[in-house]
Ligand binder design. Structure first.
Ligand code: GLU
Length: 494
């Protein structure tokens, strides 16, 4: 059997380091045994998927050097590789399951289902689908269909017994069927859910090994049923441990920047990021900390992955990046890389309008723009002292702005102005006063070049990270405080 693995990201946000980590292990597993590593875009959630997010996935994986041999952008003989272009395939497969009695129509309305759940909870039961669609007669189904009543297709799940499957790293996993819901396979709008599309594609694309994050373990019983109902061989499943913050919680952008773009914009080498991700749960046989992708490929053995949650530690990453820079880059390469990173004509030309009107000589440029080429400004609580804003208002402004900027999808000067101005209005603050903590957080000084232009050039990853770090420097927010702010913020957003 030839080995084929895949990464199947959903294009619904920033390209996540977790995606790169899973891609790296899939690539190493396939290539170290002469197999293929492919990229599939799982964009069936049409409300959250965007083409800009898809492009960022391509760009960031390529920047890291994680190339795929088949994918939406390069084609391949199992295409199309974008799920939104395969809808007929999923529809036909769902209908095939219905015709063979493995899946069924459900016409329950959202209101009926929420009532059902409320009843279950009031009886102290776990809320779950109660199988009402299974009780409909053929005639009733035909009548409802002829009246064009909206429906979904659900998966039949055994009522008794356990689901058992073998995970490459974890061995036998047993999950009682009673814990598995009768999953929707085809939604009322005709779109497939992740479960149906994922299994159909893994089979049709001849994926031999499904290597993914451990958050998918509980979905595997549904996938196993689908393979069984379709009479298909199952791929080998392998669930990798999730990346974690220093406090062992799941890696989240509240505690660590998670976008690959952030690491690129901060000036990490792609080689270091790959090397560091390679050390998440795996190590070289000689325990060497620094290694190239080729060395990882030469030594890769997936069975050596440790299941203890690997910690994504920013300080360790800094240390490793320093080693790479010192030990692997010649002076000429160092110069080229720095220029390519941010001192290139393209990037510099965007900043000229910010300073041209304000300088008298070229030597004024660097002090004015140093924040454009730096990481997090070094700030203390005292940096935020202001004659009109007390510390609580400062922290509130930083938190509200962070929340708001997390939702901005089109990062343009005008959008940033609009979004932030709305918060200033809702807080009853003059824009000038409102902007003070943002200047300190983003620029590191109470004034500077036009802030919205500067933020648009710095980009979402750096700005969000600076605001988060500014909030911590200004004193942070207790859980209680956050709760209060969250409800006030929501109130204002209405
Ligand atoms: N689309 C899923 C994701 O976003 C894929 C999960 C899987 O690999 O099965 O991670």
């Amino acid at each position: 059997m030839s080995i084929r693995t895949r990464i199947a990201p959903s294009p619904t946000g920033d390209p996540h380091v977790g995606t790169a980590y899973i891609a790296l292990f899939n690539l190493c597993f396939a290539r170290s045994s002469g197999g293929e590593f492919i990229l599939r875009i799982e964009d069936t959630d049409q409300t959250r998927s965007t083409s800009s997010s898809e492009k960022m996935i391509f760009d960031s994986l390529r920047w890291l050097g994680l190339d795929w041999s088949e994918g939406p952008d390069i084609g391949g003989k199992y295409g199309p590789y974008r799920q939104s272009e395969r809808l007929d395939i999923y529809h036909d497969h769902a209908m095939d399951l219905v015709n063979r009695g493995h899946a069924f129509y459900c016409f329950a309305t959202p209101d009926e289902l929420s009532l059902m759940r409320q009843d279950q909870m009031s009886r102290g039961e776990m809320p779950r689908y109660d199988g009402r669609g299974l009780k409909l007669s053929n005639l009733e189904i035909q009548e409802k269909l002829s009246r064009s009543e909206p429906y979904v297709i659900r998966l039949k799940v055994p009522e008794e017994g356990d689901c058992q499957f073998v995970d490459l790293l974890r061995g036998k996993i047993v999950i009682p069927w009673s814990q598995i819901d009768m999953q929707v396979l085809l939604k009322a709008d005709g779109m497939p859910t992740y479960h149906l599309a994922n299994v159909v594609d893994d089979h049709l694309m001849e994926i031999s090994h499904v290597i993914r994050g451990e958050e998918w373990i509980n979905s595997t019983p549904k996938h196993l049923l689908l393979y069984r109902y379709f009479n298909w061989d199952m791929p080998q499943f392998c669930h990798l441990p999730l990346l974690r913050n220093a406090d062992k919680s799941k890696l989240s952008k509240r505690k660590n920047p998670t976008s690959i773009n952030f690491y690129k914009e901060m000036g990490y080498l792609p080689e270091t990021i790959l090397n560091y991700l390679g050390r998440m749960g795996w190590s070289m046989p000689n325990q060497e900390e620094k290694f190239t992708l080729q060395q990882m490929l030469d030594n890769f053995d997936i069975t050596q992955v440790h299941l203890g949650g690997p910690i994504f530690d920013a300080e360790k990453l800094d240390w490793l990046n320093g080693c790479w820079i010192r030990e692997e880059l010649s002076d000429a390469e160092f110069g080229d890389r720095v220029a390519e990173w941010a001192f290139n004509k393209n990037h510099l030309s965007r900043m000229i309008p910010l300073v041209k009107e304000r300088v008298e000589k070229f030597s004024d440029v660097v002090p004015m723009l140093s924040f454009m080429f730096s990481g997090m400004p070094i700030l203390q609580e005292a940096s935020f002292e202001h004659k009109k804003l007390d510390n609580e208002s400062v922290r509130q402004i930083l938190q509200y702005s962070s929340w708001r900027l997390d939702t901005v999808t089109e990062w343009t000067r005008d959008n940033l102005y609009q979004e932030l101005n709305q918060i200033a209005v809702s807080l009853n603050l003059k824009l000038k006063d409102f902007l003070f903590p943002l200047f300190i957080g983003v620029v590191g000084a109470p004034s500077g070049p036009p802030l919205f232009d500067a933020m648009s050039i710095l980009g979402p990853d750096i700005v969000r990270a600076r605001l988060r770090s500014a909030l911590v420097a200004a004193g942070g927010a207790s859980k209680k405080q956050l709760k209060q702010w969250e409800s006030d913020y929501r109130q204002q957003a209405k």
